[in-house]
Design a protein around this ligand. Sequence first.
Ligand code: FAQ
Length: 311
Amino acid sequence: DLTAEQEQFDRLIAEDSRIEPRDWMPEAYRKTLTRQISQHAHSEIIGMQPEANWITRAPSLKRKAILMAKVQDEAGHGLYLYSAAETLGTTRDSMMADLIAGKARYSSIFNYPARTWADMGAIGWLVDGAAIANQVPLCRASYGPYGRAMVRICKEESFHQRQGFEILLELANGTEAQKQMAQDAVNRWYAPSLMMFGPPDEDSPNSQQSMAWNIKRFSNDELRSRFVGMIVEQIKTLGLTLPDDQINYNEATGKWEHGPLDWNEFKEVLAGRGPCNAQRLERRREAHDDGAWVREAAAAYAAKQAAKHSE
Ligand code: FAQ
């Protein structure tokens, strides 16, 4: 009966065990996980676009090969995450349909343009850096398929972060114009990358329940503060500066603080009015339409194979 099932679920959460697809779970738990994992998957898929934009213009064959590998990793992460979300009972087709219809969220960060080659560095260093800070604790998420997916994804994100840092390091040690290009990219990606962690804690409606269910382990502001502490050190190695003169370590709270962020801009981006929202969705729709024949061929092949095996 329901109370016994709820008790069993509560016990598993209380002892910090894992919930697996066949276990009973409250509908709200299933719903919030489907929400978060599908948004995460969409972010990986839409997140391929700002960097794919630079593959043909990468400055050397080696850079091109590395960037292609990174963008392919993102596709892999997306598919991996859709599979994790499907274990909760929603099909990939319906998640994809929501994304294409403009009904699903994906990370705000991917609605900003990648203007120069240095942006490949800033995206790797700051965007993948923020992704790692947010996702390492998710390796311990209470839902088994999500936590396990995160382990592999975080390993690949670490490589992505290093390659971005290395692009910036090389530019920062190059000509004056290259150094300026690196600084400009850092200036533009800094605030949007801090906003990736989500709204401030007092405006985060999902955090409390997600933390009680051991999905999130830290609040949005806690993770943002940790991230600031990481990059404030790393920027020194680059010989560049962060565009925020209010960063400081608060001895009393033991937390890193940063200057104010424009949460109005964040709301605009979430409402679909960021610099590239329309373009990103349009491109995704085109790619989906262009891929129709592949899906049809794969389905026809699968049907043929199934018929053969049932003979
Ligand atoms: N963008 O109550 P909360 C990557 C929404 S990394 C858009 O705090 P929650 C790697 C939120 O959904 C990026 N929407 O929500 C890569 C909610 O709306 P809803 C992906 C945002 O879930 C690198 C509302 O605001 N990473 O892709 C954002 O507790 C380079 C209220 O917020 C993940 O998805 C935002 N930034 O906390 C790929 C990580 N922030 O759903 C390519 C997993 C908040 O009620 C290239 N997700 N919202 O309508 C999470 O950790 C959480 O979902 C948070 C939000 C922390 C993002």
